[in-house]
Design a protein around this ligand. Structure first.
Ligand code: GLU
Length: 283
């Protein structure tokens, strides 16, 4: 019988074929949920219309089915949930956590010696932070209107920690490991960090299983949970899978896609064994 006390989720982004890293993460999410007789939700993270494709939505569902990964609720589409993200934006805005920012990516790249976070993004230098001088905007446009993105203002020096089910206690420092981050993009699309927190809370997810490449994102998300007054789920970050060059796989690594391995004649257990054999250490 299903145990509603455990709710997990599978949350692929349909911008390419799933690879060995996804196989490991999603299989882990599935197993952890089944071991606890929980409910598994399928959430299609299709917010970016320029990059998401219906054929990848279909392929992800097929690949997961082939890997023996079943879910209980969904698929739900993030693209149909914009009003919920907008509502969270309003709450954060009202509570004074957000400010509009007109810096372009290029401005940020060019900011003199901007330090970078663990994910390679420049740490926002604070140009448009309210009170920062000429950069701050008095009469900002609504999200999705005008040439601004919306950033969450972090408290520089604050330690943001959480307990990971595999890696133990994790701690990051705001202002050093990551800076003021985007919650609503300049092109009008809610950012991953915001959408995922709103959804995991709305869908009563009790444990988030995701790749260890997202550890820093989890720290940012903890700040959003706290600012929105929402309870945090438990976190379990799976090991990353490397390619032939030993580097972490990305969607462009077609050779490691579940689809091509399947076509080459491998079975699901062999694909999962291959993923487990190629895990690489991070942190
Ligand atoms: N959609 C993200 C991805 O495909 C995962 C998000 C998450 O698990 O929070 O990488």
């Amino acid at each position: 019988m299903a145990n509603p006390a455990y709710r997990g989720r599978l949350a692929p982004t349909p911008t390419g074929r799933l690879h060995l890293g996804h196989a490991l993460t999603f299989r882990t999410a599935y197993e952890r949920c089944r071991e606890r007789s929980g409910i598994l939700i399928y959430r299609n993270e299709d917010l970016d219309p320029d990059r998401c494709r219906p054929e990848f939505v279909k392929a992800a569902l097929e690949d997961l089915r082939w890997l023996g990964i079943e879910f209980d609720e969904g698929p739900l589409n993030q693209s149909e949930r914009i009003p919920s993200y907008r509502n969270a934006w309003s709450i954060l805005r009202e509570r004074g956590y957000l400010y509009p920012c007109r810096c372009s990516r290029r401005d940020l790249r060019e900011a003199a010696q901007a330090p970078h976070d663990g994910g390679g993004e420049p740490i926002y230098p604070g140009t448009c932070r309210p009170g920062a001088g000429d950069g701050s905007l008095d009469w900002p446009p609504a999200p999705g209107e005008g040439e601004v993105c919306w950033r969450f203002r972090v408290t520089d020096g604050e330690e943001v920690g959480f307990l990971d089910g595999r890696l133990g206690r994790q701690a990051f420092r705001a202002g050093r490991d990551f800076g003021d981050f985007v919650v609503w993009r300049r092109d009008g699309i809610p950012a991953y960090e915001l959408a995922v927190v709103v959804d995991d809370a709305a869908m009563s997810v009790t444990e988030v299983v995701r790749g260890a490449d997202l550890l820093l994102s989890t720290a940012r998300q903890c700040l959003l949970y706290r600012a929105l007054g929402l309870g945090e789920p438990a976190f379990f970050h799976t090991a990353l899978v490397g390619g032939a060059d030993g580097r972490r796989l990305a969607k462009r690594d077609q050779a490691a896609s579940i689809g091509s391995l399947r076509l080459s004649g491998l079975g699901p257990d062999e694909v999962l064994a291959m993923a487990r054999k190629n895990v690489i250490m991070v942190r």
